[in-house]
Design a protein around this ligand. Structure first.
Ligand code: NAD
Length: 474
């Protein structure tokens, strides 16, 4: 019987021009069987040997970077960001290597609450991690959990998004050149069913994607009593205080809202501005938004690219329609342009409220709704009026003024006087709040620990106890 096939759409042409077979359940069984044999040997290597093998893998990726870049460019319709994703892999591994060296190693023995019983411990990898990833940064987000999990001694099966599958083929070629890594890292391609089948077979799941799928992943993992670390969506707010520099705040918020066509979990999707500067802010934002070009005719020129996932353009159109029907005014952008692929110019909305989808649900497009507030308490309450809690931004004349506001925002990472800094900074630990995710941090030096369990070793240094709890005299 022929293997099942799925096709992928080219986001610039709108044509389904790529087909690939998806990994069947029987193939997954074989992969898992092989990894069960190979993973203990990988975990038994010294950390330096594992890091050395991963370095060799990065060198192989470098040798194949032309083909990987070209596939990723077609998958996403992006040039600059595809280059950034590819270029970031080596740096990502370097950071993880430094964290692993600092954090891993045996936990030294020390006296416990009963002083003659000493406690020490080991970090133990889970075994096989299933890593299920989305389409918005397909390469980067497939390795953000994979490198630390491998460094920690796990084997990994990556299930990348079926929306952007092309980059996997050239990546597999690079993988083939480093057998030590090929033995413990496998790609399984296919739609959601493949992800679901993966969860049935692994020891740990790391998932980056939507809340809707995250809930299914958490339920499936809970049935098997395996951990599922979820990195989900957001509806990040920016709070602009009256003292903020209007020009700088508008420029930064625009970047953080429309970069990657707004298809980023930490995009700013709601803006609350102190009433005294509201009009000036909106004017600046619209001015800058109008000057931000689309890259329809040339992927190398223009800032805002096509929607990667066609259905996302429908979600964005639905949010705009809903907002306008409920009284919102579109000051610029607002029309989805179809020229093979689908584009939307940076869209600024005013007269918005929290009854509109554009203020409550993840939009994932270059859309910036702006709302005034009259008191700081009101601004903070509006920013916190959400089921999400990924990240947020505060703009003020000084960081000192912004800090108390940052403390009151109910989200896992706050940027001060710039938007979405977590997109660039991975070395400060933070977790996602509320429906934006669950699990220990994957960032900061301690991020590496989430891919391991701690095993305690307790040694009675004076000898065992009898049934009364008294030391047995030898
Ligand atoms: P998605 O949830 O639709 O899909 C993510 C992955 O899950 C895909 O590989 C898909 O095939 C797989 N999947 C689907 N059904 C499944 C099932 N039942 N069991 C297991 N796997 C299944 O998400 P998407 O549309 O690809 O990505 C966009 C979403 O990802 C947005 O909500 C965005 O905010 C979020 N995201 C979050 C972060 C973060 O770090 N918090 C980063 C990037 C994207």
């Amino acid at each position: 019987m022929a293997a099942p096939v799925f096709s992928a759409r080219n986001p610039r042409t709108g044509v389904h021009d790529y087909q690939c077979e998806h990994t069947t359940a029987a193939e997954l069984d074989d992969i898992v069987k092989r990894l069960r044999v190979n993973q203990p040997a990988w975990a038994a290597l010294t950390l330096e040997r594992r890091l050395d093998a991963l370095d060799q893998f990065i060198a192989a990726v470098e040798r194949h970077k032309g083909d990987i870049f070209s596939a990723l460019k077609t998958d996403t319709g992006r040039v600059r960001i595809a280059n950034l994703e590819l270029g970031a892999l080596g740096g990502q591994l370097k950071r993880i290597a430094a964290d692993a060296r600092a954090m891993l190693g045996d936990i030294p023995a020390r006296p416990t609450m009963i002083p003659h019983i000493h406690g020490s411990g080991h970090y133990v990898p889970y075994g096989i991690m299933g890593n299920i990833t989305p389409w918005n940064f397909p390469l980067l987000l497939s390795f953000i959990d994979t490198f630390p999990a491998l460094a920690a001694g796990n084997a990994v099966i990556i299930k990348p998004s079926e929306v952007t599958p092309r980059w996997v083929e050239p990546l597999r070629k690079a993988l083939k050149e480093v057998p030590a890594v090929e033995n413990i890292l496998v790609f399984a391609r296919g739609p959601g069913d493949t992800g679901a089948a993966l969860i049935e077979r692994v020891d740990l799941v790391s998932f980056t994607g939507s809340v809707r799928t995250g809930r299914k992943v958490a339920e499936a993992a809970a049935k098997r009593f395996i951990p599922a670390f979820l990195e989900l969506g957001g509806k990040d707010p920016a709070v602009v205080l009256a003292s903020a520099n209007v020009d700088l705040a508008a420029a930064s918020i625009l970047r953080a809202s429309v970069s990657a066509t707004g298809q980023a979990c930490q995009s700013l999707e709601r803006v609350y501005v102190a009433r005294p500067i509201y009009d000036a802010f909106v004017q600046k934002l619209v001015e800058k938004a109008k000057a931000t070009t689309l890259d329809i005719d040339d992927a190398d020129k223009g800032f805002v690219g096509p929607f990667i996932f066609e259905r996302q353009a429908d979600v964005v159109a639905d949010h705009l329609k809903d907002a306008v029907a409920k009284g919102a005014k579109i000051l610029c952008g607002g029309e989805i342009i179809t020229k093979g692929g689908k584009w939307l110019a940076p869209t600024v909305l005013v007269d918005v409220n929290h009854k509109m989808k554009v203020m409550t649900e993840e939009t994932f497009g270059p859309v910036i709704p702006v709302m005034p507030f009259d008191s700081l308490d009101e601004g903070i309450a509006l920013a916190n009026d959400t089921t999400y809690g990924l990240s947020a931004s505060v703009f003020a004349a000084t960081a000192e003024e912004a800090m108390p506001v940052a403390r009151r925002l109910n989200a896992g990472a706050i940027s001060i006087n710039d938007g979405s800094l977590t997109a660039m900074i991975q070395d400060v630990a933070h977790e996602s709040f509320r429906f934006s995710g669950i699990g220990p941090t994957r960032f900061g030096a301690e991020g590496i620990l989430r891919y391991m369990r701690r095993k305690a070793v307790l040694t009675n240094t004076l000898g065992p106890m009898d049934v009364t709890g008294q030391l047995i005299k030898l």
